[in-house]
Write a protein that binds this ligand. Structure first.
Ligand SMILES: [Fe+2]
Length: 285
């Protein structure tokens, strides 16, 4: 049979007749159909095909154990938030989710209540506290909150600094009343990495690369649905144009500025500081 540009799609799909993984076959069939339709719709030139290959190659080559350019690509194209939305259609009152992002690192240190997690990070001291409760308002004791964020002066994550020491990463735990608290730096808005192919893509699209200031949290507790989300700083200029489309109104928190004085941990802070409070709600698994 002569294969023309229309019959080609069916020919490729037919080659999967021997595939015995139904979900994989469904995913690949749809991918092939959409990809072929896309190529036909835009009448892809050979030069554009080559540009696409080079772009994807560069995206992979930019990845290492600390840099994840493919997650950044997914995030900036809105795919990560689409996957997030499809997989968390609960509407049950639990705290809303948002993107995981490319900067999580396994193995952060376990810390006690009101630990100082700033390490080498500079910025205004920021006391973050709150509670974790279930849908009935009962405290969730001994929940684990993985916290990570950038510094408060340049907006860089520790992993973006060559040979840098870890900072602003910790495993925070709730007490018997479901309370948590830690000392970090006031987060600031920051650009996603622009020194790779994704940065070049954003520039060509006429987009800015900024994310509104936020603290990342990933919460797990026995018997509850895991929660990956952010706390966004109210008033940030990029809340309406997040480069990765991650903002949800319910996750915007007032970070209140205070003059030097007694901090929420009971100690005296000799410089201006901020406080933020958030009550997370977890649903049963
Ligand atoms: Fe982030």
């Amino acid at each position: 049979m002569a294969i023309d540009e229309k019959k080609l799609t069916d020919a490729v799909l037919a080659r999967m007749d021997g595939c015995d993984d139904a979900r994989f076959k469904q995913v690949m069939s749809s991918l092939i159909r959409h990809l072929h339709d896309f190529v036909r719709e835009i009448e892809l030139t050979e030069a554009e095909w080559e540009t696409a290959i080079r772009f994807l190659t560069a995206t992979g080559q930019k990845c290492d154990d600390k840099r994840q350019e493919f997650i950044l690509l997914s995030d900036t194209l809105g795919v990560s938030m689409l996957v997030d939305a499809i997989n968390h259609r609960y509407g049950d009152g639990a705290t809303e989710t948002t993107v995981f992002g490319p900067f999580f690192v396994e193995g952060a240190p376990d810390v006690q209540m009101w630990a100082d997690i700033r390490g080498a990070a500079r910025g205004m001291p920021c006391y973050v506290s709150g509670t974790i409760r279930d849908l009935d308002g009962k405290p969730v004791a001994n929940a684990l909150i993985d916290v990570w964020q950038g510094d408060g002066e340049q907006g860089l994550y520790d992993v973006q600094i060559p040979d840098g020491q870890p900072y602003c990463r910790a495993k925070v735990h709730t007490d018997a009343q479901g309370r948590f608290g830690f000392l970090t730096v006031q987060p600031i808005s920051y650009p996603v990495p622009t020194d790779g192919p994704v940065g070049a893509m954003l520039m060509k699209m006429g987009r800015h690369p900024f994310r509104p200031a936020h603290v990342h949290t990933m919460i797990s507790a026995q018997g509850f649905r895991p929660l990956t989300t952010h706390l966004f700083v109210a008033g940030d200029q990029y809340l309406g144009s997040d480069a990765v489309f991650g903002v949800k109104d319910s996750l915007i928190v007032d970070f209140v500025r205070h003059e030097p004085g007694t901090a929420p941990d009971g100690r005296v802070c000799n410089e201006p500081f901020t406080t933020a409070h958030y009550d997370f709600v977890l649903a049963r698994a």
